[in-house]
Design a protein around this ligand. Structure first.
Ligand code: FES
Ligand code: MG
Length: 590
């Protein structure tokens, strides 16, 4: 499979540079102090980085500490020299004030490592939500051969004979707790049962979604995303990933050759059929923009919304990662799209072959988990893109709209998919927790809960706080979901049909800033409009009140991130970083 065209490896400029033999000696000596020989470093073999995202601080990715051994074996057997190094850890559900701050920070760090050291190609070790986009963004900026190795999801969680999925169990248990059905000890038992082994979230949350996206983009070996972390196939694909990156370096197969507009459209389609996370929106836009591909805001509607839900996995469906993998995983879901003519089959991938070639034998044999395209779990299951006087852009994940929610809000005779609701406005999640059960707010089933000050500037970083549950009393009365709306995000494991990622956010002067509790909001999913029914003069008058207050910066990075990061609609990237594409074209000076 190795392409025979010789490529001058960038590592040669460090280790084999006749014009600067003094520097070469300096570069060589310290690598040798752990036993590497000059013969290895000067052999002309590719130096392959293993970007190690696993650590005790990132338990979802910790399996990579073990997998790296198999990656090294693969690299060595294919004639490369492995060099493993750490990337900034990201742990979605423990990092305060939000792991969203870390995506761009890890990106920046990895760009410097890939650009500044003698690395010819890199294995990106992904898992937890933002570890995938951050590393792909960095490899794209530097543009050296790169391949994604997912660490894989945890084994399926079980509790009292029922499947319990990561995250999803938390949202469901919170409702059960509020309804008085369980106590705190039972809450903890359910939560911990969802995490039985090494690996990332076992539901189709953001982690499984983003690893599926990497595979759909053509950045990982076929079938890589869904193999559960403890399965023997995980070690085997780690080995093959190590082998393949060496061949990719010889073939000069860089991200720029793989990450085309069509590849991103494939990723968007794959997210829909998988019932994937709403966080795919900012992350896919971010990766695309770093790859020089502009995705218009309606791309989610035009290329995703009208596709069906095929993968029966929590939170949109029933099952978890093990069953999904055994049903054929991401290739089987993509196979359905390919047969239906909804996939660009000619996109090049890290295998050196096209998507269509990779999927030749990917048909699923478990139709309970991966439905045929013509017999989906749900039609029109992608993200709706909304706009109006509250924001220019927001998305709604339609695959998680429950029958109860659909009946109550979207099925009124004569006004299908249209409803009006009284706004209850919160500024940040502390405000929500303090006031949600306050009887004075008089919250009933005709209300919409609005979360502001939770975006890139407001939080800062943008937090997963929009999926607010109704007051306890309403849940006890059988109302499990109220409509929600906000300028933050929500967990990919959430089953709430929220309107999310509203941009511009309130802290940036978006329309949400001028909304007041008691205002009526009108949502029309047919025309994809969302407006506050407030006269323009009144909105102008309210601007005199100023923007809602937001917390001060606590760290230097929070300040820098607030100064340099764009809105969620645009992928929340460090805007200035887009000027630094393909840095590997110029080697850094000695
Ligand atoms: Fe890390 Fe879900 S919290 S993968
Ligand atoms: Mg998340």
């Amino acid at each position: 499979m190795t392409d025979a065209i010789p490529v001058r490896l960038r590592s040669r400029d460090w280790f084999d540079n006749p014009e600067r033999w003094d520097m070469t000696a300096l570069y060589l000596e310290r690598f040798m102090n752990y036993g590497v020989t000059p013969e290895e470093l000067q052999s002309g073999k590719p130096i392959i980085g293993i970007a190690q995202s696993g650590s005790d601080l990132s338990p979802c990715n910790r399996i990579h500490l073990d997998l790296a051994k198999r990656v090294r074996d693969g690299i060595r057997d294919a004639g490369g020299i492995p060099i493993e190094f750490p990337v900034h850890p990201i742990f979605e559900n423990c990092r305060r004030p939000t792991a969203a701050l870390d995506r761009n920070l890890a990106y920046l760090g990895l760009v410097e490592l890939l650009n500044g050291y003698p690395i010819d190609g890199v294995v990106l070790t992904t898992g937890c939500d933002k570890t995938t986009p951050s590393q792909v963004m960095a490899a794209t900026t530097v543009d050296i051969p790169a391949i994604v190795l997912s660490g894989g999801p945890m084994l399926d969680g079980w509790h009292e004979g029922e499947l319990v999925g990561s995250g999803t169990v938390i949202w469901r248990s919170r409702r059960a707790l509020a309804a008085g059905e369980i106590d705190e000890a039972e809450f903890l038992r359910r939560a911990t049962s969802s995490a039985p082994s090494a690996g990332h979230c076992n539901s189709m949350g953001t982690a499984s979604t983003m690893n599926a996206v990497a595979e759909a983009l053509g950045l990982s070996l076929t079938g890589c995303a869904a193999i559960p972390a403890p399965y023997r196939e995980r070690g085997q694909i780690a080995y093959r990933t190590g082998q393949r990156i060496v061949e990719m370096v010889h073939a000069d197969l860089r991200p720029a050759k793989i990450l085309t507009r069509e590849a991103f459209l494939n990723a968007i389609a794959t997210v829909t059929v998988c019932g994937g996370s709403s966080n795919a929106q900012p992350h896919i836009v971010a990766m695309a923009r770093h790859a020089g591909v502009a995705l218009e805001q309606d791309v989610w509607y035009d290329h995703g919304y009208h596709l069906p839900l095929l993968v029966n996995m929590q939170p949109a469906g029933k099952y978890l990662g093990e069953r999904f993998h055994r049903a054929g995983g991401v290739p089987a879901a993509m196979w359905e799209l390919l047969q239906a003519g909804k996939l660009h089959g000619d996109c090049l991938t890290v295998t050196g072959r096209t998507i269509a070639e990779n999927l030749a034998e990917a048909e699923s044999n478990d139709r309970e988990v991966i439905r045929p395209f013509a017999e989906p779990l749900q039609e029109n299951a992608g993200f709706l893109v909304l706009s109006g006087n509250l924001f220019d852009f927001a998305i709604m994940k339609t695959s998680v709209i429950s029958a109860e929610f659909r009946k109550r809000y979207l099925s009124r005779p004569g006004a299908e998919n249209v409803f009006e609701a009284r706004a209850i406005v919160f500024d940040g999640s502390d405000d929500y927790h303090h006031r949600i059960n306050d009887p004075a707010l008089n919250i009933d089933a005709d209300c919409i809960l609005v979360m502001r000050s939770s975006g890139v500037l407001g939080w800062p970083g943008s937090a997963e706080v929009v999926n607010m549950q109704p007051p306890d009393a309403l849940i006890r009365a059988g109302v499990n979901w109220l409509p929600t709306l906000g300028d933050g995000r929500q967990s990919g494991t959430s089953d709430s049909p929220s309107i999310l990622n509203a941009s511009p956010e309130s802290a940036a002067g978006g329309g949400l800033a001028w909304l007041r509790t008691g205002d009526t909001i009108r949502i029309d999913l047919n025309t994809r409009r969302c407006d506050m029914l407030v006269e323009p003069e009144e909105i102008e008058r309210r601007k005199g009140d100023g923007l809602p207050e937001i917390p001060a910066n606590n760290t230097p990075w929070e300040q820098l991130a607030r100064e340099k990061t764009g809105q969620l609609a645009e992928g929340a990237v460090l805007e200035f970083a887009l000027d630094y594409r393909q840095t590997s074209k110029t080697l850094p000076r000695h």
